[in-house]
Design a protein around this ligand. Sequence first.
Ligand SMILES: [Zn+2]
Length: 404
Amino acid sequence: MTLRLFDDAPDRFEAQAHVLSCTPREGHFAVVLDQTIFFPRGGGQPCDNGTIAGTAVLDVFEENGVILHILPSPAEGEVSLRLDGERRLEMMRHHLGQHILSAVIDHTFGVPTVIARIEDAGPHIELASPLSEQQLVQAQQAAREIIGKALAVHCAYYTPEQAKGMTVRGKITPHERIRLVEIEGFDLNACGGTHCSDTSGVLELVITGTKMVRGAFRVYYLAGHAAQKARPEREGQLLQAQHALGCESASGLLQAQQELLERQSALEAQCQALQKALLEADTALWAARCRPLAQGRMACAILDEGDVKHLRAVAEALCQQAPTALLLAVRQQDKLSLLFMRSKGPKEPNLGAMVKDLCARFDGRGGGSPISAQGVICGGADGENALQQVFRAAEQAWEQPKAQ
Ligand SMILES: [Zn+2]
């Protein structure tokens, strides 16, 4: 059994230890020590970084109650352990910050924390139900007051019977010995993590955002130096947002955002009405450009500009009105975008086969059904000549009366 030095001395960053075993594991070595300062990852907290006998530790985790230190090379005998102390301190600040934030939210709003993580998406807690922005700000303020009070933090072990009689926030995982972390006069919580000796060690706490995740309300936060850095950054971002929205004060931001949304929705409605009018006008325009043939009206053209999506809507409208065939190509730099469509009924021409053939001959891609096809081919004089021939073939097919 490895002595867990971090339990009683979380601010100890150096120690000597004896290697109890060293076994190959997935290309590396799993080292068991008689004592360790390395906190193993788990419960949403990453492991410590550092070195063992001068070699960088790749991972530390617990397996069947044994702490394994993963090293790239084997270790034996007496070894010196050294932690990345600043990282450990930041972990402790975030972790104790989480205790405080979860406790104030639980005490003030009766909303328990269901998950707490420092790794992955950034430090966050997940709550059983959402809080309003005002409640979050209230919780942040209350957490800062607890940090300012420098309340002592004590860790002690109890039997399950002893713990049963105590008012503990959150769940207690069944164990022979239960480690309870007390923030004096404020909170009692079962936890195996590393904590600052008093709440002032957290330095600062900032709630940075929220998100609904699988029905839980996630609250992102920062503590320690990260929070001290984030606070002025967030103030700068607020001023930037005010500048962008033309607000003299932050209190005008919501109103400005509401006005923007209303303006956007009015513009979208206007845009839809204009698109409808344009579709009607262009449908009439192309109806006038169609030549009457034995099997229906037809227009074939190579255009210098045009939105293929819009032309497709025009073609669909024309084909619904009356027997129609529209064979269009739009020049786009050195390419031609093809849009061929006709009404159902006649067997010929097979527009899909025509587009496929053009694509095969002019390095293009595309295809479709006998009545609707799209594609892109390389342009140039040869491509356009071939396209004109296709247009003539389509016209000839419709100049003949419908076969009985
Ligand atoms: Zn803890």
